[in-house]
Design a protein around this ligand. Structure first.
Ligand SMILES: Cc1cc2nc3c(=O)[nH]c(=O)nc-3n(C[C@H](O)[C@H](O)[C@H](O)COP(=O)(O)O)c2cc1C
Ligand SMILES: Nc1ncnc2c1ncn2[C@@H]1O[C@H](COP(=O)(O)OP(=O)(O)OP(=O)(O)O)[C@@H](O)[C@H]1O
Length: 308
């Protein structure tokens, strides 16, 4: 996917005509996927390039830096996912104070300068300073295809509901919303070596991006993807209260049937099912007994999403 950086108050003259969907697309959930498919389809019918217009940063992170606003994906994951559904060109609007101050009317002028044949937007899409613009305003000024919202269990699928579900540990609901397992990637860092030396369960400690949503503290059934291969895993997010309690939240995975040195390597951790809360055990032996049960739960689990 080709990426064009766009800044507020600059003039652009784009020649390549596109059909472009618009929005932030955090999580690239099933609603976004539907919108993207409609965009790709319409572009194909018209013989034009399928494109997307999105923001470089979550507006609330820029406008309220003191608030701890997290996202489902970082920008690389978001753009990679958008591209994977067939979008070939991306207008990446650099979101800063200047962009936040662009009025809805001026935002439409900016869109017009990008040589867009048709804009594709969900019916609740809003834009411009203080979110004052909506799709009714947009369609008066530009050809706009408005897409009805995709729902799950009678509720609109949205990035906000996905973040709330992750914070409650409802990773199965999140998988249904995304048609993928929720995934975090990061590099493997050194832990305290307790897992391998005292428990018989070595764990890969993952250094995660602090701006990404961590699911609720607890133990999960999941998978690890390493060098293109997928492995079953049991994952813990927590403070390790039984041995060497940590003040920060660690993310660690015991990968089943795996025996390689992966310090410093990058891997992806996927969350399939919340298993239990993290508990302070009275002894190392009790923790080991619990881990024996957890590993059995992973072996008994049927993964429903096959493709990564
Ligand atoms: C699947 C899994 C479940 C865990 N559950 C608990 C738990 O309930 N309570 C706890 O104190 N530690 C729990 N741990 C954390 C272990 O105590 C931790 O892996 C150990 O301290 C090793 O840390 P290290 O990698 O820094 O050596 C769990 C770890 C994993 C991988
Ligand atoms: N469930 C959905 N079905 C169809 N289109 C959607 C759905 N959710 C969002 N869209 C559309 O996809 C584009 C990108 O959505 P955007 O990321 O801005 O919103 P969102 O997923 O609803 O997130 P938030 O919860 O932060 O509002 C917008 O045009 C939006 O209207």
């Amino acid at each position: 996917m080709k990426i064009f950086d766009i800044y507020a108050n600059k003039h652009y003259q784009v020649m390549n005509k596109t059909v472009a969907c618009i929005g932030f697309f955090d999580g690239v959930h099933v609603g976004h996927q539907h919108l993207i498919k409609q965009t790709v389809e319409l572009a194909k019918q018209k013989g034009l390039t399928p494109a997307c217009i999105t923001l470089s940063r979550e507006p609330l992170q820029v406008l309220y830096p003191e608030r701890d606003i997290k996202t489902i994906m970082d920008i690389e994951q978001r753009l990679q996912a958008i591209g994977s559904y067939g979008i070939q060109q991306c207008y990446l609007l650099h979101f800063d104070q200047a962009m936040a101050n662009v009025s809805a009317a001026d935002f439409i002028e900016l869109l017009k300068s990008l040589c867009i044949d048709t804009i594709v937007a969900g019916e609740d899409f809003r834009f411009g300073k203080q979110n004052k613009g909506d799709v009714l305003m947009l369609e008066k000024q530009m050809p706009t295809k408005i897409i009805p919202l995709v729902e799950l269990y009678g509720q609109k699928i949205s990035s906000t509901t996905i973040i709330e579900a992750l914070e409650k540990g409802e990773v199965e609901y999140v998988s249904s919303c995304m048609n993928r397992y929720y995934a975090i990637d990061g590099f493997v860092i050194h832990g305290n070596k307790v897992g391998s030396t005292k428990l018989g369960y070595p764990t890969a400690n993952i250094e995660y991006n602090p701006f990404i949503v961590l699911p609720r503290v607890g133990v999960y059934i999941g998978r690890v993807i390493y060098e293109g291969k997928t492995y079953r895993a049991m994952i813990n997010i927590g403070h390790n209260p039984t041995i060497n309690r940590r003040d920060f939240l660690s993310l660690e995975a015991h990968i089943l049937d795996f025996d390689q040195d992966i310090y410093g390597k990058r891997l992806v951790v996927e969350f399939s099912k919340y298993l239990r809360y993290e508990k302070k055990f009275n002894s190392k032996e009790e923790l080991i007994e619990q881990l024996d049960n957890d590993v059995q739960s992973v072996r008994d689990y049927t993964y429903e999403i096959r493709n990564v």
